[in-house]
Design a protein around this ligand. Structure first.
Ligand code: PMP
Length: 327
């Protein structure tokens, strides 16, 4: 779908996957005005295809567009694009019962040719899809994380709360450092004190305090510089349904290390569309490293994971009406 200030949204069409042409002065290539979303289409046991809260992705896409000084794609167009692409060939969505799904990637970037730095008046919205295999092929495996103190992902007043391409560009060097340190993922800290935990590379974080009937969850508050994850928001509701209190507040690296070592923090997990819920087993930083409990996936993590993946795959009751039929 194209947008121009004169014509608004127009020229919606589906075409075979292939290269697109851009003017060499297209503003996205120079100033990076580009946003995206990520969601999955799941085959349901009755053969229909549904997605998890796609209206929340549509809304976040509009909010990212506002932050990038772009026009907001109406939610109906966002949702229609998902349905129309799936309708081309529903065999793209794998059978029910497995861990596979079809990943959907809506994105939008400025196409107007111009070398002056200003908000573009022309963009293109595109949707592509890609098969997503099981994230954990050999069972759920805890990841190791590197606390990045050298680089920050986002600062107050910046773009961290938008799903903006530049946030990911800014994260690549720290991700490479994490890999050099033998870690799977980066954990970002706040830009001012470099002390408060924000989020992981592409996932939000939760800390489990205590266990059994005493278990409670703590997650970093939406500081304005971390992405408000849809999985995060959903887990807050699911935990409350399960009688697990949830606190949204600032969480410092010292608190996590101290309370993990003392056993007060019993589990840490990350959540997002791609992996749904991933246990965190080991934390490394410039001053040393430690494991969370015994480094194995914890029971609260696995129970929430079962509930959420069950809702998404249509095997658990969807009491909140989160699943939306796409086909
Ligand atoms: N943080 C970042 C930086 C992300 O890219 C993502 C993935 N969209 C998330 C958190 C998790 O968000 P969601 O649960 O909406 O996938």
């Amino acid at each position: 779908i194209r947008f121009t200030r004169q014509q608004g949204w127009h020229d919606a069409r589906i075409q075979p996957y292939g290269a697109i042409t851009l003017d060499p002065a297209a503003m996205v290539l120079h100033y990076g005005q580009a946003i995206f979303e990520g969601l999955k289409a799941y085959r349901q046991p009755d053969g229909t295809i549904a997605s998890f809260r796609p209206d929340a992705n549509a809304e976040r896409f509009r909010s990212s567009a506002r932050r990038m000084a772009m026009a907001e794609l109406p939610d109906e167009m966002f949702l229609a694009s998902l349905k129309e692409l799936l309708a081309v060939d529903e065999a793209w969505v794998p059978e029910a019962g497995g861990e596979e799904s079809l990943y959907l990637r809506p994105f939008m970037f400025s196409t107007e040719a111009g070398l002056g730095v200003r908000p573009a008046a022309e963009y293109q919205y595109l949707l592509i899809a890609s098969p997503a295999g099981a994230y954990f092929k050999a069972g759920v495996r805890p990841v190791s994380v590197w606390l990045s103190t050298e680089y920050v992902r986002a600062a107050p007043g910046g773009t961290g709360a938008a799903k903006f391409a530049g946030n990911y560009a800014a994260s690549l060097l720290a991700q490479a450092q994490a890999a050099d340190q033998g870690c799977d993922q980066v954990v970002w800290l706040d830009a001012i004190e470099r002390r408060f935990i924000e989020e992981m590379g592409g996932m939000n974080l939760f800390f489990v305090f205590g266990s059994g009937a005493e278990a409670r969850l703590v997650t970093p508050e939406l500081s304005g510089s971390l992405l408000p994850g849809i999985t995060r928001a959903s887990l807050i509701h699911l935990a409350e349904d399960a009688g697990i209190p949830v606190e949204e507040r600032r969480v410092s690296v010292e608190e996590v290390e101290e309370k993990s070592r003392s056993g007060e923090i019993t589990e840490v997990f990350a959540c997002g569309t791609a992996a749904v819920i991933t246990p965190v087993g080991r934390v490394k930083h410039t001053g040393g490293e430690y494991t969370i409990a015994d480094g194995e996936p914890g029971e609260v993590t696995l129970a929430l994971r079962d509930t959420l993946t069950g809702i998404q795959r249509g095997t658990f009751e969807d009491t909140r009406g989160w699943m939306q039929r796409l086909l």
